[in-house]
Design a protein around this ligand. Structure first.
Ligand code: BGC
Length: 356
């Protein structure tokens, strides 16, 4: 009986066909909803999704939610549903704001794939395609741990902590992953956070904004007298590149150079951050190849369309408050000056001219 139930569960998770109905020029239409055009990665994600879906024979309605504007994203999704999209691939601005609009999707049998960020509080979500977000955070924490030699050095070392938008569910994993490595050192006093700001709320950066993180870092510099000739700042944890860019601006403004730059983490391998890495004003980034993620989401759409099994590799971690969403987690890669050529240029992600 147990086995029968387990097999049934796999089948239920694994297959889901499109509801019949309208098509666009004979093609099935897929809606792709991205949060903003203001960050490089989402432009790449959107473009990759569109190209790869079109290659698979679909018509694509690709929309960006203004500049992280929730009502715009909701209106765009309503439109996609009413104009006959059979599946929606969504990177939510605010993971908790789509419950109502997705009720319509469910009523019309529209399949919903949560893209990169988990959509919360909705039973309309069928699958989640993302990177291993906890691992992203642990990679950042472990980088700081190894650069400061925390396991053996006596310390103490000074660190400040930055994460991203509090309404992005990923922040829980990024910050949680990093703190799983750093917190024991903070507790033991080997790492000191002079500002005392260590909670997720205190370290958040609304909208992942470069301007906001710059302002906060400038305030931290002033309040704690950090500087190349002042209090030593050994490291800054940043959950992503747009936040790291603001921190870099503030540190450069305070007189730091390549020779004395604090360890600074990031994520995405954005062009600005890759240039900073080469210039010595950011130490590492976590590379999440948007081509791989788009390919995975397209594979999910194809499997749903054909009613075949959707391949997932995590059926436990991503509880959206209503149910655990079957997920596929892609693998992130640490990028530093030691491997950026191989990871970003040899792989064709950037051309050399892009990062000069
Ligand atoms: C993504 C990151 C990105 C951040 C800001 C997160 O949800 O996973 O890759 O840097 O949003 O857009």
């Amino acid at each position: 009986m147990k086995r029968f139930l387990a097999v049934m569960m796999v089948l239920c998770i694994g297959t889901l066909a499109f509801a019949g109905g309208q098509a666009d020029g004979g093609k099935i239409k897929i809606g792709v909803s991205m949060p903003t055009k203001s960050l490089q990665r989402w432009n790449q994600d959107g473009a990759n999704m569109k190209t790869q879906l079109e290659k698979s024979g679909y018509a694509v309605d690709l929309q960006y939610g203004g500049d992280n504007d929730i009502p715009t994203q909701v209106a765009q999704l309503e439109n996609m549903i009413s104009t006959g999209c059979k599946a929606l691939v969504i990177a939510a601005i605010d993971g908790s704001s789509l419950t109502e609009v997705l009720k319509e999707a469910k009523a019309k049998g529209v399949a919903v794939i949560s893209y990169d960020r988990l959509i919360m509080n909705s039973d309309a979500v069928s699958y989640y395609a993302t990177f291993d977000n906890f691992k992203v955070g642990t990679m950042q924490g472990q980088y700081i741990e190894s650069q400061l030699n925390l396991k053996t050095a006596a310390g103490p070392f000074n660190i400040e902590l930055f994460t991203g938008a509090p309404d992005d569910n990923n922040v829980n994993f990024f910050f949680g992953g990093a703190m799983s490595i750093l917190e024991p050192y903070i507790k033991s006093g080997k790492l000191k956070v002079l500002s005392g700001q260590t909670t997720k709320a205190q370290c958040a950066t609304n909208n992942w904004s470069t301007e906001e993180s710059q302002k906060r870092m400038e305030n931290l510099i002033t309040a704690n007298k950090y500087g190349p000739n002042g209090t030593k700042l050994h490291a800054v944890l940043s959950s992503n590149d747009s936040v790291a860019n603001g921190i870099t601006n503030a540190l450069v403004g305070a007189g730091y150079t390549k020779a004395n730059f604090p360890i600074l983490t990031g994520q995405d391998c954005d062009i600005t951050s890759t240039k900073n890495l080469i210039a010595g004003t950011q130490s590492m980034s976590v590379f999440k190849d948007t081509r791989t993620l788009a390919a995975k989401a397209v594979e999910m759409v194809n499997a749903i369309a054909k009613g075949t099994t959707v391949s997932v590799n995590d059926t436990k971690t991503y509880d959206n408050g209503v149910k655990v969403i079957p997920s596929f987690l892609c693998d992130p890669v640490v990028v530093t000056t030691a491997n950026y050529k191989e990871a970003l240029l040899d792989s064709g992600y950037y051309k050399p001219a892009d990062i000069q």
